[in-house]
Design a protein around this ligand. Structure first.
Ligand code: FAD
Length: 454
């Protein structure tokens, strides 16, 4: 009899595990309470990047005079943008649903909670109740925005990221609280649409933990665009005064704007699952600890994606889902590569884009590791000049003894695409000469990679 594999949550972790396990011969069921595609499709990756793409097109229009064109001054059509976001979301969710159905995966619309280590109870969307028994189960329930006790979002002017796609009106001015990846993307997004933006940065650098040189490029760009940075400040209260929102910080500074957006991290969706009934442990933050096969403390119960407390990235969630499917079907004993979270590429969709992978320069210094760092600015790359955008650089970190590529960062146009080359080199243990000796296209931004690898 086929393995009965149940998946709770149809986001990137859940739906990738489902398609892969079904392909390998499992009898797969997914329970999803909102939308196949998960928060990634509904609120996070897809809507935010769709809005950023429109903002980018507007910014490109404003820069067009440098390309031998008359300057364009595009205006945003909120209704058309909303339709576009909905169309893309629907298209992606529908194509994932079709793929799952074509592979024989059973989809149940509803909310699941554990009854025991081998069964869940599902409250279906039509208020029915169904009990499902399984041989293996994957908890892939994702996360939601963290809301601290000192603020109550109203969905109108005091917003979480989930209220922004797009807001009913575009803010004329907005204060973003939190300067991690999501925070800086929101700064970029709203500024591109013409809002006056302030950013509350609790440390002395935006993107804490990132390469300071990379963060500095972004800060310079924000300052040039008139963004006000409140460094070393922590928001303490957010209140409404008529049509204004007032953000008060612990150092006495205040920001008045038409809207405020909280981007201060997320909390896992592990509450409401009755994990105790299955004997599954959580850590103090509600995340579900896993081993390198994504197995929880219970042998046949897996967790993947944001709820597992590893890197909160859609790409990582999908890869975990894939690995879970292989483990459930017993493939991990053959030709199997563990997921190495240190080798995950990530990108920040600001302007310029920022992307990195593998070992960071600061991390190598902190561990006293000898490295070779080579850096090439895009201003030396013909395609960057042709594109009228020569901002940024490529940095490659390699082992001075063997030439092995250990990591890299890219700041500049299409950084999120270009980082794939370095990510492949890092995963496949390639050497810098492998990049140098690749016959690349000319003129192309990728030529900067070969230069940096030289
Ligand atoms: C604003 C923003 C932008 C982002 N942009 C990017 C990006 O560009 N690139 C990137 O890689 N990552 C991005 N991320 C992160 C990415 O969205 C998450 O890492 C990813 O969605 C995690 O996938 P997941 O499968 O764990 O969970 P989710 O996508 O959250 O899916 C979990 C699903 O489980 C369902 N569920 C929960 N509980 C139950 C239950 N009891 N029963 C049934 N169903 C349940 C939920 O409805 C949900 O659909 C972004 C995050 C944010 C906040």
């Amino acid at each position: 009899m086929a393995v009965r594999f149940l998946i709770i949550g149809g986001g990137p972790a859940g739906n990738t595990a489902a398609t892969h396990a079904a392909r390998l011969g499992a009898d797969v069921t997914i329970v999803e309470r909102e939308i196949i595609g998960g928060a990634a499709h509904l609120w996070d990756c897809i809507p935010s990047k769709t809005m950023i793409a429109t903002g980018g097109a507007m910014a490109f229009g404003r820069r067009s005079s440098g390309m031998g064109l008359e300057e364009m001054r595009p205006e945003v059509d909120v209704e058309a943008l909303t339709d576009r976001i909905e169309d893309i979301k629907d298209h992606l969710s529908q194509s994932t649903t079709n793929l799952l159905r074509s592979q024989g995966v059973r989809l149940i619309a509803g909310s699941a909670r554990f009854m025991s280590a081998h069964s869940v109870s599902v409250t279906t969307s039509d208020n029915g109740v169904e009990v499902i028994e399984f041989d293996a189960v994957l908890i892939a329930t994702g996360s939601r925005p963290r809301i601290p006790q000192w603020v109550t979002p109203d969905g109108e002017r005091i917003l979480t990221t989930r209220d922004c796609y797009p807001p009913k009106v575009f803010p004329s001015s907005v204060c973003i609280i939190g300067s991690g990846v999501t925070g800086v993307e929101f700064v970029h997004m709203f500024q591109s649409f013409g809002a006056k933006v302030s950013l509350v940065v609790s440390r002395q650098q935006v993107l804490p933990g990132k390469d300071p040189e990379v963060a500095a490029v972004l800060e310079d760009d924000f300052l040039r665009r008139g963004v006000s940075l409140l460094k070393g400040a922590r928001a303490q209260s957010i209140s409404r005064e008529g049509d204004e929102v007032v953000v008060k910080c612990d150092d006495g500074r205040q920001v008045r704007s038409s809207h405020a957006v909280l981007t201060i991290g997320s909390v896992p969706n592990s509450d409401g699952l009755d994990l105790d009934a299955a004997g599954v442990h959580m850590d103090g933050g509600g995340y579900i600890p896993i081993n390198h096969h994504c197995v929880t403390n219970v042998e046949h119960i897996y967790a993947a994606g944001d709820v597992s407390g590893k890197l909160p990235l859609s790409s990582v969630a999908s890869m975990q889902g894939r690995k879970v499917a292989e483990h459930v079907m017993g493939l991990h004993t053959r030709d199997h590569r563990h997921l190495d979270y240190d080798k995950a590429a990530s990108a920040i969709f600001t302007e310029p884009e920022i992307a990195d992978v593998g070992l960071a320069e600061a991390e190598a210094f902190a561990h006293g590791r000898k490295i070779r760092v080579t850096k090439v600015p895009f201003s030396a790359t013909p395609k960057a000049l042709i594109n009228n955008d020569a901002r940024g650089f490529v940095k490659i970190i390699s082992d001075p003894a063997t030439g092995e590529v250990l990591g890299g960062s890219i700041v500049g146009r299409h950084a999120a695409e270009l980082i794939s080359v370095i990510a492949l080199a890092v995963t496949a243990n390639l050497r810098v000469t492998d990049i140098v000796e690749s016959l690349l296209v000319h003129p192309a931004l990728a030529e900067a990679l070969a230069e940096a690898a030289e």
